[in-house]
Design a binder for this molecule. Structure first.
Ligand SMILES: [Fe+2]
Length: 302
């Protein structure tokens, strides 16, 4: 699930799984995956996405992602069955995958995570829209997220995010917390002895961003720092202008254990940063040229 929060209000885009009565099917918004209903064409879209991404990710995805993928019942030929995935995940880290029809309300989303249930879109993108995603589909959610849920650190971290989300909503600081999720779970990079690697699902499931995030000179790659990230806007409609890099996945475990309330208090009223801004205090691993987004902006205003 990729939270496309409105940065101003902190509210998520919400699409109700409604029937004729206008009410969600179940209070937790889950639906049956309906695996038997996938068509040959839908399985073929999965295969295309799976095969091109599997070729691209060796040497790009972090070791934990590769290992998680290896141990899951995920292959090229079929859209995975969530029940089979959950059986393996449950044994390893106590997580399960539940099907949802699209984005769900924030409190429902956080409650699932806090209870180690990962809500995954049950639908798959159309063959002519392989690189365009309006809402997180089964390829993003399963291929991108589930391998990392096999890792005990990420398993704990995402559960803590669920608890933290419920709390942040009460405190009115959801936009700050959402940025942490965005720049870690979705678009995070990690240092490994052999180089910077991908662990964020938004990158790992994207053919184009898997290359852009690591190889393109345009974005900046900056050492992760909590307050800095909480104050940084992100792009929901394009590649990121900055990526934040953790030194080790254990850095996330430390994050899962700290109380964010004093941090929210410290940054209250302080200005936010634009996505491409590099600050004097940043630990810059590679400073971006910014060319990609400059060209986009120039094109848009021409
Ligand atoms: Fe996601």
């Amino acid at each position: 699930m990729q939270r496309q929060l409105n940065e101003q209000s902190g509210e998520g885009a919400e699409h109700a799984p409604v029937e004729g009565d206008g009410q969600p099917h179940r209070p937790d918004w889950t639906i049956d995956q309906g695996w038997a209903n996938y068509t040959a064409e839908e399985h073929a879209v999965w295969k295309t996405l799976f095969e091109r991404q599997s070729k691209l990710l060796p040497g790009r995805a972090c070791d934990e992602f590769v290992q998680g993928m290896k141990n899951l019942p995920i292959g090229p030929d079929q859209i995975p069955d969530f029940a089979a995935l959950s059986e393996v995940l449950m044994k390893k880290t106590g997580w399960q995958v539940v099907a949802v029809p699209g984005l769900v309300p924030d409190d429902v989303f956080f409650d699932h995570l806090a209870n180690r249930r990962f809500p995954a879109g049950h639908f798959i993108r159309k063959p002519h829209e392989l690189d365009y995603l309006e809402e997180p589909d089964v390829f993003h959610d399963v291929f991108g997220h589930v391998p990392m849920l096999m890792n005990p650190v990420i398993a704990d971290y995402i559960q803590a995010y669920g608890h933290g989300g419920l709390r942040a909503k009460e405190l009115g600081v959801l936009d700050k917390l959402a940025r942490v999720y965005w720049y870690t779970v979705e678009f995070g990079l990690v240092r490994q002895p052999d180089g910077i690697r991908i662990y964020g699902a938004g990158i790992a499931s994207s053919f184009t961003e898997s290359v852009f995030a690591l190889d393109d000179p345009s974005p900046s790659r900056i050492g992760f720092e909590l307050e800095r990230v909480m104050r940084t806007h992100y792009r929901i409609d394009d590649f990121q202008e900055s990526y934040f890099v953790i030194d080790d996945l254990d850095e996330l475990l430390a994050l899962a254990r700290i109380d964010f309330a004093p941090v929210y208090e410290r940054i209250k009223g302080l200005p936010d940063y634009q996505p491409g801004t590099v600050l004097p205090g940043d630990r810059v691993l590679s400073r971006g040229t910014g060319r990609y987004h400059q060209a986009k902006r120039a094109g848009a205003s021409a």
